[in-house]
Structures are given as C-alpha cells and as structure tokens.
Design a protein around this ligand. Structure first.
Ligand code: NAP
Length: 563
C-alpha cells in the first residue's frame, strides 16, 4: 500500500505488498497470447487489478458478468444497502488524486454512492475500454504446453493469457432457500443480491414477506418498513445487531477527513482486521461489573463496528466474557422492542455476540414495534412451502404481493464453483477443494500455476478494500518480478500449501466464531451439495498475514516453483 511509504524498484522482489508505481516490465514470450493477464470480475478487486496491470504496461482484460462495474455494489441494490464500515476507511489509498477528488456524503455510504465511487474510479483511469461486460466466464483451463490460461465465456468466446486473476468476490453467488415451491409464487419475488433496477416504488403499500434476518435483511427491513403496507419477517436464526449511528459528512468534516487519510490508513494497517477500530487490550475480567458496563455503554454509543471491534480482547475467545457482553446487548434489545415475547425471539440463543458477522442497524428493532410488522419465528411455525399467493406455514397461509429472499450466498468458494477451473493435468478446482480448502497465502493454489486470487479463501477479509489493495499489490509485484526475470510459470508447492493450511487452522483455534454455523464457516444449508464447516477465511491478525506474504516476496518467491 502506498500509505506505508515503502516502495521498490521496477518489478523487483519486494519486501512488502507496496505498489511498485511506474513499473514497465515487458512480458517475454506472450506475443501469441491475447493478453498478459485476464481478470475475472469488475468489482473493486478487478478495478484495482486492471489499474495495476495497466500501470505495469501489461495487456490486461476484465471479463464481467454484470452490465457495469462495481461488483458487490453493482449487484446489491436492495433498499437500504450501505456500508457498515466507515466510508473513508473503505476508499482505496493508492491514488492521491482520488483521495483529493472524491467526497463522501455520509459516514457510512449508501450503495448508490459507493457504486458511483466505483464508476468514478473506472472513468478517471479510463478502465472501461479494457472491460467486457455482460459476459460470464464459463471455464478457465491451464494450458501446460504454453504455460497459459484458456478462458471461455458462456457465448463460447475464448481468451488466452499468461496469467489469470480471479476477482470474483466472496459473496457473489446468491442462494434461494431450499423451500418447496420457490418458483410458484405469482407475485414479484426478488433475491436481494439480484434486485431489479426498476423495483423502486414496487413495495409501496404492498403486502411484503421477507425470508432471512442476516445483515442484508436487517438493512432491507429497516428501510422498506417506511413504505410497505405490511411486512412479515421470516426468521430462522436471529442475529446480534447494534446501532450503526450513521450521520452526514459536512464539507468541513470532509476536509478534515481528507487531511487525516494518512492516519486513517495507518490505523487500518495496525488493526486486527483492517478497520479503524482498534481492540481494547484488556480482558473483560480486568474490570469490575460497574466499570465493564460503563465501558460497554461507551462503545455502544459510538458509530460503526466499535461495539464489536473496540471491545475487550477476550470477547471472541472466552465463553464467559462473551456471555456477559451478549447479556449486555440482549438488555438493549429488550429496551427497544415493546412486546417482550417478540424481543425474546429477536435475541439469539444459539450463538454469542460477534460469533457471526455482526450486522449494524438503524431502527431495526423499532420496526417490530409497528402494528403492520409481524415476526414469524419459523422454528415454532415452520414454512411448509411457497405457494402461488404467498407462504404456507404450519399455522396457515400468509398472502403477499412481494416476497424478498434475503437468504445469503454460496460464500467464498461459491464463485469458484460456478466456473470450471482446471489446472495441471485437467485437475478441477472443485476436486482439489473437495475435502478442504487448500491455498498458499490465500492467493494461489498448487496445480493451478499462473492463477492468482484476490479475496480468495484463506485471505484476510476484514475491511475488504484494505485487503484488496494488499493482495493486488502483492500479486502485481510477483507478476512484475516474473516479467523482469523471464519467468513464465509460477506455482505454489504442495508442501507450502499444506503448511499454509496448518497455519490457517492454527489461527482459528479457540475462536468461538468457528463453532458456529455461518457463511464465514462455510455453512449454507440451501446448497444441494454437502458442505462441511470449514475455515474459509484467515482468522489471524492482518499485520501478521501481511508479514508472512512480505517475507515470501523478500525471499524472491523461492517458495514457488518458478520456471
Ligand atoms: P446471510 O448472513 O447468510 O443471511 C442469510 C439469512 O437468510 C439468514 O438469516 C438465514 O438464516 C436465512 N436463510 C437462508 N436460507 C433460509 C431458509 N431456507 N429458510 C429460512 N431462512 C433462511 O446473508 P446476508 O444477510 O446477505 O449477509 C451476508 C454477508 O454480506 C454479511 O454477513 C456481510 O458480511 C455482507 N453484507 C455486508 C453489508 C455491509 O457491508 N453493509 C450489508 C449486507 C451484507 P440462518 O441464519 O438460520 O441460516
């Protein structure tokens, strides 16, 4: 990252993931290939990857299924979609011009504004001329005879490239619920991640049912409750959620934010998961009950993830500490929901606070105080099927004009499963990962030479753009190094991949989150294939992750087979 001030000479091995600005390596032996680099996906990862490849003078192309750039922020247009990390910690740091020119209007930017930010980047760096939209990649096969990738899209068009960079996002394959009759409903039905662009006003005054109570549903519910005629929320598992506390950013504030970007990025670099909230180094039990409650009141009153990430160090690992904090949040929920029975249903009982990704809300609990909002606990009153008119539960049929599926994604590996990736000797990535996910640094996979993953499994997720910038810089530096040294083949060794797998598993030991079903542990009960709970993300600290990757670069990538 540019913020840590270190950079290196053109294309040389680097000691960190810093961008090597201005590098212009030539790509030996690629003249018979269509591109030096093919990039799948035009979200933030694809945008920055293309920018870096161009900057290095490489011939790169982005293939994107959507009709425009933006990825997550292109697809997730549901009402109320917005950041729940601070806008200014989410901005890319690589371009001072962008930092100078782009203004955020809210502390937690809405989806339309974030999409505009993505479009702004694409326009500013003239990226769209190398992006092909409305094109879904069907397969990507490694060609052993030429050390290259042959990528085929759904129309049959083919692209050859030395390198393949997957920028497909971790939450990109929406899943519908495995409820019978899901296609029978005669009214409008939308998955939140495929929200139609012409849906505005379609919910006003309507009878709406929504299935799901994850981060997406929570944002949707608190927004649509303002205009719908009635709303039934079908909840299987309640989630711990607390106030976002979003506010507008004034011109004066934006000036101050701009001046403090270096400190903001440094804070993100220093923090566990790339956010501006640093954790409290004390144990929950270092304080008296009164002191603890006072501290929790303080962080609860702050915006964003403070009540999650600025908490005591043992909230995520010590069961007793976690229970105490969960009780504190449960008390807040009870204070906000008028009907005590509804409040109890909204309080999670099968997992502790922060053991699933914590959604942030603005008036979610108050939505259940409205007379036209009904909470259907499907553990008590299970959904039997979707009908032509609505949803049939054990207690009877509820009729709707619109059904919203906020039912999540085939997360992390789902986008890889959607493409037929084949590496050396025709090995399918799905087979390689059938027992457990295997990667090296979350960036590469043995038997899949010259393929790099941005936001692949085993990578730091946390604050996504921070992780993207690091991963893209690291990959770019390696590609630059290869170009300078006439290397055309880069493959992680099986030994290093095994060691990395052990390390990823060690980082997850003791975390309460890994005992709980969620997309973060690879559990999605709607999938037809069997999926065991797995460690899909890197759970160690981001500074430690970066150090490991930097070390590999500083040893001139000797962990790889390079030819
Ligand atoms: P999710 O967290 O996986 O939630 C899916 C919801 O649908 C859960 O409540 C789930 O219940 C329910 N569900 C799924 N299948 C069901 C079925 N067959 N019957 C009944 N209920 C069913 O997905 P999400 O809410 O889309 O969020 C995914 C992630 O996206 C978040 O964790 C977050 O990382 C990200 N996100 C970020 C933002 C932001 O930055 N502002 C906003 C939204 C989302 P169970 O829990 O019982 O499975």
């Amino acid at each position: 990252m540019t913020v840590n001030g270190a950079s290196t000479t053109n294309g040389s091995a680097t000691t960190n993931g810093s961008a090597t600005n201005g590098a212009k390596p030539s790509m030996p032996g690629n003249k018979d290939l269509d591109y030096d680099v093919l990039i799948i996906g035009a979200g933030l990862s694809g945008i920055y990857s293309l920018y870096r490849m161009r900057q290095m003078g490489l011939r790169a192309k982005v293939i994107e299924a959507g009709s425009g750039e933006g990825g997550t922020w292109f697809w997730n247009r549901y009402p109320g979609a917005r950041f729940d990390s601070e806008s200014y910690s989410y901005i890319f740091s690589f371009s001072q011009e962008v930092l100078d020119e782009w203004d955020w209007s809210e502390h937690f930017s809405s989806q339309p504004e974030t999409l505009r930010y993505c479009q702004f980047l694409a326009k500013k760096f003239d990226l769209k001329r190398d992006m092909k939209f409305n094109t879904r990649v069907k397969s990507a096969h490694f060609q052993q005879t030429s050390n290259s990738w042959l990528t085929t899209d759904e129309t049959g068009a083919q692209y050859t490239s030395r390198y393949l960079i997957t920028c497909m996002g971790i939450l990109n394959e929406p899943t519908l619920p495995n409820i019978p009759g899901v296609h029978n409903f005669k009214g409008d039905a939308f998955h939140t991640a495929r929200w139609p662009s012409d849906a505005a006003g379609k919910l006003d005054g309507k009878r709406v049912g929504i299935i799901g109570t994850g981060a997406t549903a929570i944002q949707t519910i608190q927004e649509i409750v303002k205009t719908v005629g009635s709303l039934a929320v079908f909840q299987r598992t309640p989630n711990w959620t607390c106030p976002l506390r979003n506010t507008k950013i004034s011109t004066k504030e934006m000036k101050e934010i701009r001046e403090s970007y270096p400190e903001i990025f440094q804070k993100c670099l220093d923090s566990y998961a790339g956010f501006i909230h640093l954790s409290d180094t004390r144990s929950t039990f270092d304080l008296t009950h009164e002191e603890r409650e006072a501290f929790w009141e303080e962080i609860y009153a702050k915006p964003g993830f403070s009540k999650y990430l600025s908490n005591f160090r043992d909230i995520g690992t010590d069961r007793k500490a976690n229970t105490l904090y969960s009780n504190f949040i449960a008390k807040k929920i009870r204070e906000r929901v008028n009907d005590p029975e509804v409040a109890e249903k909204l309080i999670p009982k099968n997992h502790g606070f922060g053991t699933r990704r914590v959604p942030l809300e603005s008036g979610y609990y108050e939505a259940f105080n409205k007379p036209n909002v009904q909470l259907v606990d499907i553990n008590e009153n299970p959904i039997e099927r979707i009908t032509e008119k609505g949803i049939m539960t054990k207690d009877g049929e509820l009729e709707f004009d619109v059904i919203i599926y906020a039912t999540g994604f085939d997360a992390v590996t789902g986008s890889f499963r959607a493409v037929d990736f084949q590496g050396k000797d025709g090995l399918k990535l799905t087979d390689q990962w059938s027992e457990s996910i295997q990667t090296y640094l979350g960036l590469t996979v043995n038997s899949f030479p010259n393929m790099f993953m941005v936001m692949g499994p085993h990578q730091m997720f946390g604050n996504i753009p921070r992780s993207i910038e690091y991963a893209v810089n690291w990959i770019s530096n390696l590609i630059g190094y290869a170009a300078e040294n006439n290397i055309t083949y880069i493959e992680a060794t099986p030994q290093k991949m095994d060691q990395w797998g052990d390390h990823v598993n060690e980082c997850a030991v003791g975390l309460l989150a890994n005992e709980v079903d969620s997309w973060m542990t690879g559990v999605n009960k709607n999938l037809s294939h069997k999926q065991k709970r797995s460690i899909a993300r890197y759970n160690g600290p981001a500074p430690g992750y970066r150090k490991k990757c930097d070390d590999v670069a500083s040893r001139k990538y000797s962990d790889f087979t390079i030819l």
